[in-house]
Write a protein that binds this ligand. Structure first.
Ligand SMILES: Nc1ncnc2c1ncn2[C@@H]1O[C@H](COP(=O)(O)OP(=O)(O)OP(=O)(O)O)[C@@H](O)[C@H]1O
Length: 458
């Protein structure tokens, strides 16, 4: 990663050697010899990091640090102070004023590079953590769960019974597990649960176990104390704590790494968590609901999922039926999505022709409701005369087996990159955009899949 570094330093020789070293590392440093020069640089660009000397010709670096920390935009820039040897007081003051780190002069250039890298990594880590925290909502948007089929009515009734149970639970809320293929509405059901409970005004925290980088999940879920690891400059509450009194939704729980499964089990059994680096436990009082589209019993048999956690999660299990098994829901769902899209774009809701309705009914919907939603959205945008005809319904699997082409025949004319892109696209289509599943089908890790998706801009 190329960093834009502002070095505020008046000792020309030292500044030049730092600059050379940073350039060798591939970064783009800028030198400001005075605070007023630094202001000029900052007016033009926002550096990724500032290296700031304490003693400067026109003002004190420490005073400038204070200005930076109070500034509307500059306060986010990490600042490493460079303090004179033996001036411990300066270092202490700098840290109190909000310096990210400090280096003692004479500065060792290797140490300087290490510090810069460390500071940037910490910043990235905390930004990633903040990003997931943003997904915490208070369930303010009302959940609409369309479905008249017996299967959906049964699910709603089961959920209502669970909520009655939860209301009666004095100490410990039951754990719920939702199973179902991708796009069947597991997320919607989890939100419905939260919204139907008396605790609806408390946080609803959605944790997608498949989307979080492995090395971050533990810090994300459990939080950490200051100094728990090299970059933990401040203590941070984990998502389990953030969900206090509300709902913690563990989506794609089958993707949780084995070592964290035992930690989660401990939380579910004892309702206590321990932040990373903490000596004491804290009580947690959240409603836990997990979802998966994986075959957990099979994962248990394959040693990929802990059996004790599976049994703990499996106390109340709800099975979302695939759309092909509740075809009666297709028309009301399609109508619901037409309304939604039309409202969003200020259009008059178009209506389906009879043949379009039959096409929707006849199709198997491997991507379930999510796929139906996408098909309808596209069709609404394409409809011109207030009607949606069959020609505007573009489903994923339109090629029937008899029409399928010989892959060797087709692929033989493509470059390796084209083939790779084609296979990625097909896998994503088959799994209705579920990256984890697509990666699994292609025998790739999620990281490798993400890398390729970025490469081909998918
Ligand atoms: N009963 C429903 N009524 C209205 N919309 C629904 C319903 N079920 C699902 N949807 C919509 O379909 C889409 C997919 O649903 P959702 O994300 O809940 O599926 P999921 O089972 O959690 O999928 P995945 O396993 O891929 O995470 C969402 O946009 C959701 O709003």
């Amino acid at each position: 990663m190329i960093l834009n570094i502002l070095l505020i330093e008046d000792e020309t020789l030292f500044a030049k050697s730092v600059m050379k070293r940073l350039q060798r590392e591939g970064h783009t440093p800028t030198i400001a010899e005075t605070i007023s020069d630094a202001y000029m640089v900052l007016e033009k660009t926002l550096p990724d990091i500032i290296l700031l000397d304490v003693r400067l010709p026109d003002a004190s670096g420490l005073d400038f640090l204070q200005v930076l920390r109070e500034h509307q935009t500059w306060h986010v820039i990490p600042v490493v102070m460079m303090t004179a040897y033996g001036e411990l007081e300066d270092a202490v003051r700098a840290m109190k004023l909000g310096a990210t780190d400090y280096l003692k002069k004479p500065v060792d250039l290797d140490e300087l590079v290490l510090t810069v890298n460390k500071v940037i990594q910490t910043q990235k880590l905390s930004q990633q953590l903040d990003y997931s925290h943003v997904r915490e909502t208070h369930g303010s948007e009302p959940v609409v769960m369309v479905g008249q089929s017996n299967a959906m009515q049964a699910i709603k009734q089961q959920m209502e019974r669970v909520i009655q149970l939860v209301d009666r639970a004095q100490t410990e809320y039951p754990v719920i597990l939702i199973n179902g293929e991708t796009g069947t509405g597991k997320d919607v059901l989890a939100r419905y649960y939260h919204q139907s409970g008396k605790w609806r005004d408390k946080p609803f925290v959605h944790v997608d176990c498949a989307a979080l980088p492995k090395d971050l999940i533990e810090a994300e879920l459990f939080g950490y104390e200051r100094g728990a690891f090299t970059n933990a400059h401040q203590a941070k509450a984990g998502l389990i704590e953030v969900a206090e009194d509300g709902t913690l939704f563990l989506d794609e729980v089958g993707e949780l790494p084995l070592e964290l499964q035992s930690k989660l089990l401990n939380v579910l059994e004892r309702r206590q968590i321990r932040r990373i680096g903490a000596t004491q436990e804290r009580a947690v009082n959240a409603h836990f609901i997990a979802a998966t589209n994986r075959d957990l019993p099979q994962m248990v048999a394959d040693g990929e999922f802990r059996s004790d956690l599976y049994f703990r999660l499996n106390v109340i299990q709800l099975q979302m039926p695939p759309l092909r098994e509740r075809k009666i829901d297709i028309a009301p769902l399609a109508a619901h999505f037409v309304e939604m899209v039309a409202r969003r774009y200020g259009l008059k809701p178009p209506v389906f022709t009879e043949t379009a309705v039959s096409a929707l009914q006849d199709y198997d919907w491997p991507g379930n409701i999510r796929e139906l939603q996408h098909v309808v959205e596209r069709a609404v945008m394409m409809s011109a005369d207030g009607l949606i005809d069959v020609s505007q319904l573009i489903m994923q699997t339109t090629i029937t087996t008899s029409q399928q082409l010989d892959p060797v025949e087709v692929l033989g004319h493509m470059t390796l990159e084209q083939v790779e892109k084609y296979l990625l696209e097909k896998a994503l289509e088959r799994t209705a955009g579920n990256v984890s599943r697509a990666a699994r089908e292609l025998g790739l890790t999620r990281m490798a899949m993400r890398y390729r998706m970025e490469k081909y801009q998918l």
